[in-house]
Design a protein around this ligand. Structure first.
Ligand code: AMP
Ligand code: ZN
Length: 499
């Protein structure tokens, strides 16, 4: 199989993936701070990490994937200043910080599921406080100094601080100088002391006084505890390349007494952007997955929208773009649903996801399906694997899928077998998503589906009786209620609701 080449932010080059532990892949992705809902930009980071995990699994590596839950210690600025996000949300909603964390963690997990992101391990920062204190103790003498506000890491004590970021931006400098008394602008908190006279909902005793860990510490501690240092791949959004990940690397270097970064490959997804500011969590109706669903879109249309762009490119969100992704998903599903019978009979409900716990199962699944492919589809599958092995080129992989489905020389069995294997990587749930669920169904619709179907049946009858005045009147009435009647739609939809 083609070797896997990934873009390493440390070297700014494509590198061949060679695992630290034979046959295994250990991946850590910075997870959400659970003080609010996640916006769809955050979810792009996890679609990317999941795609990486799927490619690694497909290639036969036993995958351990961790996405941590930051349920403490993240301030409103990355620079150790500002309010504690958890405590602020708790005060605003009149709940405890612990309840806030539990609520938004559950919401995040529901979003992961709706995007068909395979279940990673989800350690919570609050479960690792003791380990964080131990880590702090072991590096404090050589690498840290104490101020009134906490214990700070002196970045000049480790080799090549910031090599991942390459440049500290002016904006970054401006933000990190906010704490008085720091030796270097980029120094950061290992421990944040609770100010004298105050009590926090989330605070712990430590050698540096009551308080909470600095945000960067949890990722070093949890990645070492769960994956061991060094591990294979660390992922996150491009913003983390500038401050959070350089700080994780500095902590790893200090703790391990080496120049190594802790992960062999650091990968960063570019941002999903939205011009009108709806991505900001402080804007009233910000863009989260539930909003897309309320407007009638299928969550996997958003997954497909992400896959249509390379993870290192910016992706601009628009409702038209999402609509186009949903149409593309409809085309794929229409093909699969047509072939569903073959799929079930041939593959006996077995899928790579089910079989992953057991490698023999994976091999059996592959053999079973590969036999049905035929030479042409097998070549396309090889091309698809080559595309994703080239730094996860999912846009190109999707084009290969489109081309294969249009190939008139292939039979249903060959196409469905190809899709079964391709979907292990794309994660679009092609085999189990119901085609009807892709119909645009905004929550705000003022007419039910039964009413629409009844009106359409009456319209068909009127047309058959050549009563065009009546059929036009029915159509006008439907339009007034936000229903577009779609005669002769190539995807087989006869109506759709306005978004
Ligand atoms: P946070 O909770 O802010 O740490 O964000 C969770 C993850 O989402 C991190 O990996 C961020 O880098 C990433 N992220 C934040 N905003 C965006 C965005 N607009 N597009 C893509 N990824 C993002
Ligand atoms: Zn992190």
């Amino acid at each position: 199989m083609t070797e896997l080449r990934l873009f390493n932010s440390l070297t700014r080059q494509l590198e061949t993936f060679t695992p630290v532990h034979d046959g295994e892949a250990r991946v850590y992705s910075c997870g959400p701070t659970v003080y609010n809902y996640q916006h769809i930009g955050n979810m792009r980071a996890y679609v990317f990490a999941d795609t990486l995990g799927r490619v690694l699994s497909y290639k036969g590596y036993k995958l351990t994937h961790v996405i941590n839950i930051t349920d403490v210690g993240h301030l409103t600025s990355d620079a150790d200043a500002g309010d504690d996000k958890m405590e602020k949300a708790a005060a605003a909603q009149g709940k405890s910080a612990w309840d806030i964390a539990a609520f938004y963690q559950a919401d995040f997990e529901a979003d992961l599921e709706r995007l068909n992101i395979r279940k990673p391990a989800h350690p919570k920062a609050t479960e690792y406080i003791d380990a964080m204190i131990e880590w702090g103790k072991s590096i404090s003498d050589k690498h840290c100094y104490e101020l009134d506000s906490g214990l700070y890491f002196d970045v000049s004590t480790v080799p090549e601080y910031g090599r991942l970021a390459r440049a500290v931006t002016e904006d970054g400098e401006a933000r990190i100088e906010e704490v008085d008394g720091k030796r270097n602008a980029a120094d950061f908190a290992i421990w944040r002391k609770t100010p004298a006279g105050e009590t926090r909902q989330m605070e712990w005793d430590s050698p540096w006084g009551k308080g909470a860990p600095g945000w960067h510490l949890e990722c070093s501690v949890m990645s070492k505890a769960l994956l061991g240092l060094p591990f294979d791949i660390h992922t996150g959004g491009i913003d983390h390349r500038e401050i959070h990940h350089p700080n994780e690397i500095a902590q790893n270097q200090a703790h391990e007494g080496c120049a190594d970064s802790g992960a062999r490959i650091w990968m960063h997804n570019n941002f999903l952007i939205e011009r009108s500011g709806k991505m900001s969590k402080s804007s009233g109706e910000f863009l989260r997955l539930q909003l897309l669903i309320d407007k009638g879109f299928h969550p996997l249309a958003y997954r497909l929208m992400c896959l249509q762009a390379h993870y290192r490119s910016e992706l601009e969100f628009s409702w038209e773009g999402l609509q186009a992704a949903q149409t593309r998903l409809s085309r794929l599903l229409r093909t699969v649903n047509k072939y569903a019978l073959h799929y079930d009979n041939d593959h006996q409900g077995l899928s790579l996801a089910h079989a992953e716990a057991n490698w023999e199962g994976v091999v059996r699944f592959r053999q079973l399906i590969t036999q049905k492919l035929g030479a042409v589809a097998e070549k396309s599958l090889d091309a698809l694997i080559a595309a994703v092995s080239d730094d996860l080129n999912t846009p190109s992989a999707l084009t290969i899928v489109d081309e294969l489905l249009l190939n008139g020389h292939l039979d249903h069995q060959q196409k469905s077998s190809f899709l079964a294997l391709a979907d292990e990587i794309l994660g679009l749930n092609l085999n189990s998503t119901d085609y009807a669920s892709l119909r645009i169904r905004p929550k705000a619709a003022i007419i039910t589906e039964t009413e629409i179907e009844t009106a359409l049946a009456a319209r068909t009858e009127a047309r058959a009786a050549k009563d065009f005045a009546k059929s036009d009147a029915i159509r006008d009435d439907l339009i007034a209620k936000g229903v577009e009647v779609m005669d002769g739609d190539p995807l087989g939809w006869d109506w759709k609701l306005d978004v």
